[in-house]
Design a protein around this ligand. Structure first.
Ligand code: SF4
Length: 484
């Protein structure tokens, strides 16, 4: 009988995953155990996910970032999906959600788990709809079958849209953009067609039992998240949140770990309210937020509109940020979109950690600033969040090696480089001797968590074969088809 990380923590056991996390977060293993035991943090770690390097999600730990990948009916195959997984982990994703809705879902999911050092999340409802043929034809049996199969495949956390209830639907009637969560719209359609309560809510206890058996973590879906800032914080959103609070406690009663998903689109002046309310209603269960986007006017740039909200949410106590790419609202993200989205969100997460005074978080900033003021360009590139981009931007105009020690770059040029002028002025006022430039930050001895130190992709991939190498994955395995 599996003991979940939550059950072990409650029993006073420090698991090997907790030990590893304490090392990565630079904290005491007992603190990790205590936070998990109280439901204030989760360790998504399915017992079947052998390649996992354990990590933790909770407001007392460094802020984490999730990247979504997955195919659609029109694009992508297994190798492309593994390439996206590799890109996401390389650029610092702490977890990856496989939101595929296209073909070959089982093979792709299994390959993702086999290759991923980070937790893999899914929305099992998508596969269930494909199996059933339409939202209206979903049954509780199909839902439970898909959830159980994905749990057996090693999925670490699943979004379960059990919080949207029949009585909530009328509350969305005056919204500008209705129900924008994919899972939420499917559940709403089912409830309207049958006039019955949400089937995931009906079988929630059975789902808890499956999750307990494999140690799958709940990510309770916010089906009624606002799809535009006009709909933010309305009665529908907050009614569902109350249900999510109840579901959190039921999950805990079953010994299952729980985190709760949040919006969406929220103007800046209401972000703090969202985080505070979730923390209160859900008894401190980790808050996992999508963005939020703080304005609706910038399709094509929604990694920026949402990273602003994500940074504010992180400062207020959100534990994990679900990235948004520039393709949001427009199309399926590709490799470059994954990279751009992750950069935006790693910045948001780190900015939140710096603002919250997470131990050592600012050391990275200080080390980079010292390298910058010393015109140590090579070190500056190495410390950059995205070293490849920093180097390539610099080298577009000054590619020669001689420019790696130059006391200027092409932005202001030789004559107007303010840092050079400042150093010259200080030298002149100091009898011709500029005191040695300060280079005192030692990242090796920093108290920062691994995710707050470069390189940004800090996962131990040594146990995982290269993503392009599919050895060890049974690609020929047959799975039941939708009509089986
Ligand atoms: S030229 Fe301007 S941007 Fe470049 S290093 Fe000097 S101050 Fe910084």
């Amino acid at each position: 009988m599996t003991r979940t990380q939550l059950q072990a923590a409650r029993d006073g056991t420090i698991t090997s995953a907790m030990e590893r996390i304490a090392h990565r977060e630079n904290c005491d293993p007992e603190f990790v155990r205590d936070q998990v035991a109280d439901g204030q943090a989760v360790i998504p770690a399915n017992v079947h996910h052998d390649a996992l390097d354990p990590m933790i999600i909770g407001r007392e730990f460094s802020t984490k970032v999730n990247a979504n990948i997955g195919n659609s009916e029109t694009t992508s195959d297994l190798e492309e999906e593994l390439e996206k997984l590799h890109t996401a982990v390389h650029h610092g994703a702490d977890t990856v959600m496989d939101l595929g809705t296209g073909s070959d879902l089982d093979r792709i999911r299994e390959a993702n788990v086999a290759h991923s050092p980070v937790p893999i999340g899914t929305v099992p409802l998508y596969e269930a709809v494909k199996r059933a043929g339409s939202p209206e034809d979903l049954t509780t049996d199909v839902l439970l079958e898909v959830i159980e199969k994905q749990a057996e495949q090693g999925i670490d956390y699943m979004t379960i849209h059990a919080g949207i209830l029949l009585e909530h639907l009328a509350l969305t009637e005056d919204r500008k953009t209705g129900i924008v969560s994919r899972g939420g719209s499917i559940m709403a359609k089912w409830m309207e067609a049958h006039g019955e309560q949400n089937p995931l809510f009906q079988v929630y206890d059975e789902i808890c039992e499956i999750f307990a058996e494999h140690d799958v973590t709940f990510s309770l879906g916010d089906s009624l998240r606002p799809g535009c800032i006009a709909d933010a914080c309305d009665d529908a959103q907050y009614a569902e949140l109350d249900t999510l609070g109840e579901l959190t406690r039921i999950g805990w009663d079953h010994g299952v770990q729980v985190m709760v998903e949040g919006p969406g689109h929220v103007p800046m002046d209401r972000i703090a309210e969202n985080v505070e309310r979730q923390q209160e209603v859900c008894d401190g269960a980790p808050f996992y937020v999508l963005g939020p986007l703080v304005t609706d006017i910038a399709p094509g740039y929604d990694h920026i509109t949402s990273a602003i909200g994500a940074a504010m949410a992180a400062q207020e106590g959100a534990a994990m940020l679900c990235y948004v790419t520039p393709k949001e609202h427009l199309g399926l993200p590709e490799k470059q979109d994954v990279r751009d989205g992750l950069a935006a969100y790693r910045i948001a997460a780190h900015a939140g950690d710096v603002a919250n005074g997470m131990p050592g978080a600012r050391d990275w900033d200080d080390a980079l600033s010292e390298a910058r003021y010393a015109f140590d360009w090579t070190e500056q590139f190495e410390l950059a969040l995205d070293p490849e981009r920093a180097r390539s931007f610099h080298d577009q105009t000054l590619p020669g090696d001689n420019y790696k020690e130059a006391r200027f770059c092409s932005m202001c040029g030789v004559e107007f480089c303010s840092m050079r002028i400042d150093q010259d002025a200080r030298e002149a006022s100091d009898d011709g001797e500029l005191k040695e430039l300060k280079r005192e930050t030692d990242l090796e001895s920093s108290s920062a968590a691994e995710v707050n130190r470069p390189p940004v992709g800090t996962h131990d991939t040594s146990a995982v074969s290269p993503v392009a190498d599919l050895d060890g994955v049974d690609l020929e395995r047959e799975y039941p088809k939708a009509d089986d």
